[in-house]
Design a binder for this molecule. Structure first.
Ligand code: ZN
Length: 309
């Protein structure tokens, strides 16, 4: 992967903590793990920002613990998740270093506030804000002053954004993490952008908010059947091997199985988190944050089997 280049980084550190505080303290359970070091935890980039070239005209922008992709085409730029207003302003500066062409699209991966605030700076310059149709209901139901409503949406399972010589494929895999998450894949580099479904080397968020567990597993299996070898996640390292998707799916499956078995065996509810944590430890304690998160993952999974949610 010698074509993955870091273009700039770590410049925000001097701006002060009030600027660089993460949008959500619960994010960034990522790891810098690679297959060759799959049981070694490495430092996670959580400060500053950087731009990484993934392929020709295909870049990833990281701000604190969050990450997006953007494409530079002959007719303009396609930006994905703007993250938050401070991040979007820096992203705009970074794009300006690479091209003078306008940002024509801002595409939301899903509706969650940690990823999709800050599109205004691009919308004010004429960019179309785009998402899956299902995101609209969330933005209307719980508006956020820093979130621009999409001006165009699509329904169904697939759509293509065409700009200049590039096509960006948008795939909606159904309900998984919320009901409007899309996977984005450029037509010239088979490295999709997959947000929040499989953060490489990390644990899920403690209470796994807005995840349908069985549909999550189904979606991960669908992605495993795709042809790509690497992907860009919404958090953490720039490019992760596809094996990390299987690793996340195996963790969720084991979490569900062990929690269900303990629940059906009549183990007292208060004892189940510790018991399941010990069962999962041998296979998964290399995942970053395992000890602090696994019991909350079990508690959320208990509601799945006890309440059907
Ligand atoms: Zn999310």
């Amino acid at each position: 992967m010698t074509w993955v280049r870091r273009l700039s980084g770590w410049v925000l550190c001097a701006l002060g903590a009030s600027v660089v505080m993460p949008a959500s303290p619960a994010i960034s359970q990522d790891s810098e793990l690679t297959p060759a070091a799959s049981r070694t935890a490495l430092p996670v980039p959580r400060q500053g920002h950087e731009v990484t070239e993934i392929g020709p005209g295909y870049y990833s922008f990281r701000y604190l613990g969050l990450r997006n992709i953007f494409l530079i085409t002959r007719e303009g730029v396609i930006v994905t998740d703007p993250i938050e207003p401070a991040a979007a302003a820096i992203l705009r500066e970074e794009i300006r270093k690479l091209t003078s062409l306008p940002v024509k699209y801002v595409i939301y991966s899903h509706q969650h506030w940690d990823h999709v605030r800050g599109a205004k700076i691009f919308a004010d310059e004429g960019a179309t804000v785009f998402s899956h149709e299902n995101c609209l209901a969330h933005f209307r139901d719980l508006p956020h002053p820093e979130i621009e409503f999409p001006t165009e949406t699509f329904t169904g399972t697939r759509h293509e954004i065409v700009l200049g010589e590039r096509r960006l494929r948008l795939d909606w895999l159904g309900v998984n993490h919320g009901d409007c998450l899309i996977v984005m894949t450029p037509d010239h580099v088979d490295i999709p952008f997959i947000v929040d479904l499989a953060t490489a080397g990390g644990m899920p968020l403690p209470f796994i908010p807005d995840y349908s567990l069985h549909h999550w597993v189904r979606s991960l299996r669908e992605l495993e059947a795709w042809s790509f070898e690497n992907y860009v996640g919404g958090h953490g390292i720039p490019v992760a091997p596809k094996a990390r998707i299987a690793e996340r799916r195996e963790y969720i499956e084991a979490l569900m199985t062990e929690t269900r078995l303990a629940y059906e065996a009549g183990v007292p509810i208060r004892e189940i988190p510790d018991q399941v944590a010990e069962k999962l430890r041998k296979r998964f304690d290399h995942l970053r944050g395992f000890n602090g998160i696994v019991r909350d993952n079990v508690r959320r999974t208990l509601s799945y089997y006890a309440m059907g949610w």
